[in-house]
Design a protein around this ligand. Structure first.
Ligand SMILES: [Fe+2]
Length: 173
């Protein structure tokens, strides 16, 4: 299992969305306000206005190539883990870590009935990553809320794969 089969870091840091989201997250401390969050694939998510895509050149290009359906901030409670899984409908997504104190995102490949090989996506803040949702993955979050900016594409896994987006990115890089 190679890290590039699991995730890929975008060459250019966020020019707008990271700061926009970080300013937004400063509006509260600790638990996100109840009125803002919606349940989303087992995460509590804060939907964002899609218009901000236009202010992030790389994301605007991505949206023109592969239509983006939703963007939002995924929240995760302290001392919470998100179990090993592959996403039900998503083949690929784009993520960026906004804030945490300690959390780990692992991709794994089962070796036998009890052993897995794994690699870690060590998010560098303010950088977008393409994320292979069809490779088994899990998240462990430690002592504070974890916030991730996340992009969902319109096309489901049978139409759009991690490799499709990766091929496009590698040509652009
Ligand atoms: Fe997932």
């Amino acid at each position: 299992m190679k890290p590039n089969d699991c995730f890929y870091k975008i060459y250019k840091p966020s020019e707008y969305i990271a700061d926009y989201c970080l300013a937004f997250l400063k509006c509260w401390e600790g638990e996100p306000p109840k009125g803002l969050v919606k349940s989303y694939f087992g995460f509590e998510a804060i939907p964002l206005d899609k218009e901000i895509i236009q202010k992030e050149p790389w994301l605007r290009d991505l949206n023109e190539q592969f239509s983006i359906d939703n963007i939002g901030i995924l929240t995760m409670k302290p001392f919470n883990s998100y179990d090993w899984h592959m996403d039900g409908s998503r083949g690929v997504c784009v993520n960026m870590l906004l804030s945490h104190t300690q959390s780990h995102c692992f991709f794994g490949e089962q070796r036998d009935y009890i052993n897995k090989n794994f690699c870690e996506l060590e998010y560098s803040p303010k950088n977008f990553y393409i994320f292979n949702s069809q490779m088994p993955h899990c998240v462990f979050n430690f002592n504070s809320y974890r916030y991730i900016f996340s992009v969902e594409f319109t096309a489901h896994k049978d139409i759009l794969s991690y490799e499709d987006v990766l091929t496009w990115i590698e040509k652009k890089n």
